[in-house]
Design a protein around this ligand. Structure first.
Ligand code: HEC
Length: 109
């Protein structure tokens, strides 16, 4: 019984630590992932390149709770018409978990 309680306590600590980590965006890891995923060929931290700067994207969707899911879907499938006439091609090779990290990183700019 003592052992079981100890195991439950340890699991609870692990869960809390994970939730805490998930709430914070690691800016350096996001940058590395964006470079690895090819996003930086068309995007800059701020200012238009081929696509909009990430600061501008973050400002546009500030306070919009639905933005994260919408952007994960849009960046994966590609799309156009929000920032101009140039379309973004699909980025379907990026893993869903990585795409979530990327979008959270962009919105944290
Ligand atoms: C070939 C160029 C290109 C690449 C590569 C690219 N993008 Fe884009 N991105 C664009 C363009 C162009 C737009 C503007 C689309 C529009 O006007 O709707 C855009 C828009 C966006 C937006 C805003 C979408 C909206 O509806 O407001 C996000 C977020 C984004 N890109 C993230 C990414 C991420 C993350 C990656 C890497 C996985 C990436 N982009 C790779 C060209 C690119």
């Amino acid at each position: 019984m003592k052992l079981l309680m100890g195991t439950i306590a340890a699991a609870a600590v692990m869960l809390t630590t994970q939730a805490y980590a998930a709430g914070k965006v690691d800016m350096a890891a996001g940058q590395a992932l964006a470079q690895k995923s090819g996003c930086m060929a068309c995007h800059k931290p701020a200012g238009k390149l081929v696509g909009p700067g990430f600061k501008e994207v973050a400002a546009k969707y500030k306070g919009d709770k639905k933005a994260e899911d919408m952007l994960i879907d849009k960046v994966t499938k590609g799309g156009k018409g929000v920032w101009g006439t140039i379309p973004m091609p699909p980025n379907a090779a990026v893993k869903p978990a990585d795409m979530k990290t990327l979008v959270e990183w962009i919105l944290a700019h």
